[in-house]
Ligand binder design. Structure first.
Ligand SMILES: [Zn+2]
Length: 233
């Protein structure tokens, strides 16, 4: 049968391991949230690309409509100009025609710019779709791996709990109540290895006699930090 200190060593290892397993299990939802946020960002980015295309098409249509109206207005103004004989009215009409021509030019430039941007955005669609597909595939892969990892963590937890229960069951009745009180209060921090007579929990040294007793299997707690001690292997 294992000595009390070597049982404590095993209990320490198992309790620290169980704490780490639980921390990793607890981290799961936060990691999932990060992945979900990334996926949502990718979805929004793709949607923004298509929204921009829709908007550009609408703008092109509107500008083309305005251009048609401007063209018609220009034709009308030029017809009117031909019928004007009063110089002042003629000059005013000419100014109006110049303004309308300028507006026509602006509209034509705008339409060209819109068409160019539309072409670029349309050409980029395959890349945008690939990025979105990749993001979805990566998320799906993450979900599969996360489920497997969680299963492993739960299985390990179950095994470790059983191992811990088995180890704790071997503790003598005169030690068990103290052990229970300390682990209830401190968990895995209730244990410390002693290396070269020094407590690894608080760095306090013990006497050679105390260390010898510990190595022989005597149950002892650190006089300074109260941790249950065991000699390092
Ligand atoms: Zn100590």
């Amino acid at each position: 049968m294992a000595s009390v200190p070597s049982t404590l060593r095993e209990c320490h290892r198992l309790r620290a391991h169980l704490r780490d397993l639980q921390a990793e299990i607890d981290r799961g939802p936060r990691v999932l949230k990060t992945w979900q946020d990334d996926l949502e960002a990718a979805r929004v980015e793709r949607q923004a690309h298509f929204d921009a295309i829709t908007k550009l098409k609408l703008k092109q249509r509107e500008d083309e409509g305005s251009l048609k109206q401007t063209d018609a207005r220009l034709t009308k103004l030029e017809e009117q100009l031909a019928g004007i004989s009063v110089p002042k009215e003629y000059a005013a009409k000419e100014v109006e025609i110049a303004h309308t021509k300028a507006k026509k030019g602006e509209l034509e430039d705008a339409i060209l710019a819109t068409i160019t941007e539309l072409e670029e955005r349309t050409a980029a669609i395959p890349a945008v779709e690939k990025k979105w597909a990749d993001a979805q595939a990566e998320f799906a892969q993450f979900q599969v791996e996360a489920a497997e990892r969680l299963e492993r963590l739960h299985a390990d937890t179950e095994t470790s709990r059983a191992d811990l229960a088995r180890a704790e069951a071997t503790l003598p009745p005169d030690v068990k109540p103290t052990y229970d009180t300390i682990v209830r209060a401190k968990g895995p921090e209730g244990f410390a290895a002693a290396k070269l007579r020094t407590c690894q929990g608080c760095r306090t040294s013990m006497t050679e006699t105390q260390f010898s007793e510990l190595k022989r299997g005597t149950f002892r707690t650190c006089t300074t930090c109260g941790r249950m001690q065991y000699p390092v292997e």
